[in-house]
Design a protein around this ligand. Structure first.
Ligand SMILES: [Zn+2]
Length: 273
């Protein structure tokens, strides 16, 4: 019992700094069980069919109210596999949701372990490869720090917090299972070579952080948790947390400086007019 508690505390201590936004997951030795699959670079290529689908999605964007239902008392999204799914503290993913198309993007990672956090959904993984290639062309070196995180991993992390630090501390410092965007397989935390600014707000002022904010939309990513929008997103500023939404929506969100929640609100308002 005592030994477990000590181990738990050690894990918490090691991770507490990085956990404010529920971004970083521990390497709990949970190896991903699927075969290693490289994301096809074709995924990010221009496919007429995909563009068509994107346009359809844009025109028929369901409102946030239409994509939520109560499941065991928890407001849960009805569209977990959509590239436009909105997950936040008020909108959980189903506990049993595991993306069906997780692959490992062919990009640099700052660790060697074959853990699940290397993975992303296929389209997002292809887009990440495209983004990293673009960065490299321009002399910017990026690393993929943390991508997919299963409900199970998030739950064991959260439970460790509750057991060692109490429920209140857990709620403040770790995402509740199901409410981490990393479970969608569409998010990736990114850093430069400098470990000092990894998953730190100071990353925003590094050349890599600035490049990322200016260019991520070109590959279909947004900075999901932006400065000054904490009341809307529910999270502090996280200049390292990329979320894939596709280029059309990403360009609109990043050029307007809005959040994913704002985007849906504005789309809904526009449809009513
Ligand atoms: Zn993150």
């Amino acid at each position: 019992m005592n030994r477990n508690r000590t181990t738990g505390l050690a894990i918490v201590a090691a991770l507490s700094a990085a956990l404010l936004g529920g971004c970083e997951a521990p390497s709990l030795g949970q190896l991903f069980s699927g075969e290693k699959t490289q994301a096809s670079t074709e995924v990010s290529g221009q496919k007429p069919q995909q563009e068509e689908e994107t346009n359809v999605v844009k025109k028929k964007q369901p409102s946030l109210e239409e994509t939520i239902q109560m499941v065991d008392g928890v407001p849960t999204v009805t569209n977990p596999a959509e590239l436009t799914v909105v997950v936040n503290k008020k909108r959980a993913l189903p506990a049993d949701y595991i993306p069906s198309d997780l692959v490992e993007p062919n990009v640099p990672f700052p660790f060697d372990e074959k853990v699940e956090k290397r993975m992303m959904r296929a389209e997002a993984a292809g887009a990440l490869e495209k983004l990293f290639a673009l960065a490299k062309e321009q002399g910017i070196e990026l690393y993929a720090v943390s991508g997919y995180r299963s409900y199970r991993t998030q739950k064991s992390l959260f439970d460790t917090y509750v057991q060692t630090q109490g429920a209140e501390h857990a709620a403040a410092y770790s995402a509740v299972p199901g409410k981490s965007e990393h479970q969608t397989g569409l998010a990736m935390d990114v850093s430069g070579a400098d470990a000092q600014t990894r998953l730190e707000e100071s990353f925003a002022s590094t050349p890599e952080g600035q490049w990322l904010a200016a260019n991520c939309a070109k590959a279909g990513f947004i900075i999901r948790y932006v400065q000054g929008k904490e009341d809307i997103t529910g999270y502090a500023y996280e200049p390292w947390h990329l979320r894939y939404v596709g280029t059309d929506i990403a360009e609109e969100i990043m050029s307007k400086g809005i959040t994913l929640e704002d985007y849906f609100q504005q789309a809904e308002t526009a449809q009513k007019q």
